[in-house]
Design a protein around this ligand. Structure first.
Ligand SMILES: C[S@@+](CC[C@H](N)C(=O)[O-])C[C@H]1O[C@@H](n2cnc3c(N)ncnc32)[C@H](O)[C@@H]1O
Length: 254
């Protein structure tokens, strides 16, 4: 593993926004309909949509520690959250002034660092992963990012074995980023763990782009589809499906 030297940083709010560099936003298509409706502007061209999504993903940039965690994720075959999804997680943590967060799927710590940067300075991230090796890297990344060891509780094990041991109704945010087949059980657990007003964030809810394709009937897509439908129809959640990264479903517990 390469040595990592990074500037210590704490919460996102205290940081300067990095310059956007030389990126130039494409000129919008200017049909009358497009001028009336910004969505029509984006929908009018696949190329513009792709550029706009790319711009959104790179709007908040990653520092050396996040780039290192991402590169290590690739090395061990972990699909880390994208920068756009990471920024959304930081936003959710900061908006909720989160002190207690549960993460299912530590990976090499990319999402964990984003979450910690949005949480209160005294907040604790409880992060669960079945792979010791992933967590060994994540532990080092959290230290390199400047977080004291007391800011993270790293638990090795299968989510469904660990979650029952966590306390009811005390968590501000639960982030689920593991196999889709476990989504239903993780959502049930999140409902128990979160305080009222707490937020569930479920990653991968665009099912690799297949979510809107009625012909896609593979197990993963069907599971994701059923899970997000159940959340939308539940009286316990106020949801929104954010099209960042692989799709981030965010839902507030009523
Ligand atoms: C997509 S990666 C997480 C990436 C991480 N959230 C990030 O952005 O850096 C999924 C992780 O979930 C872990 N995992 C898979 N199934 C699990 C389970 N049943 N319980 C706990 N962890 C699991 C894998 O070992 C892997 O590290």
């Amino acid at each position: 593993m390469p040595p990592v030297i990074v500037k210590r940083r704490t919460r996102g709010c205290a940081r300067r926004v990095p310059p956007l560099g030389s990126y130039r936003q494409p000129a919008p298509r200017t049909t009358p309909a497009a001028r009336r409706c910004p969505i029509a502007t984006v929908a009018s061209s696949g190329n513009s949509t792709a550029q706009a999504l790319q711009f959104a993903e790179s709007y908040v940039t990653e520092d050396l520690v996040l780039r290192t965690a991402r590169s290590l994720a690739r090395e061990v075959g972990v699909d880390a959250v994208t920068p756009g999804a990471g920024a959304a997680l930081r936003l959710l943590a900061a908006a909720g002034n989160a002190r207690a967060v549960v993460e299912i799927g530590t990976g090499t710590g990319v999402s964990g660092v984003w979450l910690l940067r949005g949480m209160r300075p005294d907040g604790v991230l409880t992060t669960i992963d079945v792979e010791v090796e992933h967590q060994r890297i994540a532990r080092r990344i959290f230290v390199e990012a400047g977080f004291a060891s007391g800011r993270t509780r790293i638990i090795t094990g299968r989510a469904l074995d660990v979650l029952p041991r966590l306390a009811d109704g005390v968590y501000d945010l639960v982030f689920v980023d593991a196999e889709a087949t476990g989504f239903t059980a993780c959502v049930d657990a999140a409902l128990r763990l979160l305080r009222p007003g707490g937020v569930l964030a479920l990653n991968g809810t665009l099912a690799g782009g297949r979510i809107g394709d009625p012909a896609a009937r593979d197990v993963e897509t069907v599971t994701v589809r059923e899970t997000i439908k159940a959340i939308r129809e539940s009286e316990h959640w106020i949801p929104a499906l954010l099209p960042v990264g692989h799709g981030l479903l965010a839902a507030v517990k009523c």
